[in-house]
Design a protein around this ligand. Sequence first.
Ligand code: BTN
Length: 328
Amino acid sequence: MVKTLKKLLDILSDGEFHSGEQLGKVLNITRSAIWKNIRQLSDFNLIIEAIPNKGYRLKDNLQLLQSDKILSCLESDLKNRFAHFEILDTVSSTNDYLLNTLSQSPKENKICFAERQSHGKGRQGRVWVSPFAKNICLSLLWQFPKDPSTLSGLSLAIAVSIIETLNALGFDKNLGIKWPNDILFNHQKLAGILIEQRGEAHNHCSAVIGVGLNVNMPDTNHYDIAKPWTDLQRLTDKPIDRNQLAGNLLNNLIKTLLIYQEKGLSAFMKKWQQFDLTHCQPVNILTATTQFSGIGRGISPEGYFLLENSLGVIQRFSSGDVSLQLSN
Ligand code: BTN
């Protein structure tokens, strides 16, 4: 987003009316340039009211992410655990953005939020939809002094961390995890995790941990999302402070990465089991080639899904799409 547009958005984010004249003075541009900028904001799916003699006003409440507010939520000993922190207005995908930096400075931890992703990626080639300034799109590039194979359970630990963050902020205690890391409320998706590993070598690997959390999705069919979804605002009557949420989440994710680095999935096993939505439930798991059915039996120490088939044999899956069998 160009600077003038960003400044205009900052001014309008207070939800008050601002006259074209006043905006023109502050931004040092003509009134017709203001109008052009206002029109550009519709590319971000923002609706601006224009009322004669009053001016312009953002129709919906807008809370932009702010570095100082997010960073103030971090415990002091976590603040020096990363070399870069950025909030982007718009990017294709925060995961891709950080992956692309790997060739320049491969050994650093980096954090990046975005207000909007034009090509947000979900697991298994799916698209992740996130309108401007509504949700949380966050990626962390992390360096692990570990063999790449040790990261097989990382996304499960991250899922635990997200639920614990939300519970601590007072959100519904009925949030659960569908293996490996879908965070659901009432069978509807609230958050997802996409981990991408690079630079695989003995005793070192880099991973980008991408987290998408639905906070305040507009109530519209405009967004083409295949599976049922929900957002945090639908779980509470109180307004949500996106900066506080982002800061608390980041704090806990960093802590989780440090614990995982030292102890692996075992440190999160009990909690994951507590949140497991498919435990002892009839489920299907769809792999690249075949669908399997059986009863969910939790996870292995590596984080693989365990399915008990009709013969009572436990099968292990390192990937696949799990769904609960619907009862008639
Ligand atoms: C899924 O459940 O399918 C995973 C969704 C992951 C979405 C996040 S949003 C931030 C990061 N950037 C991306 O392009 N994807 C992840």
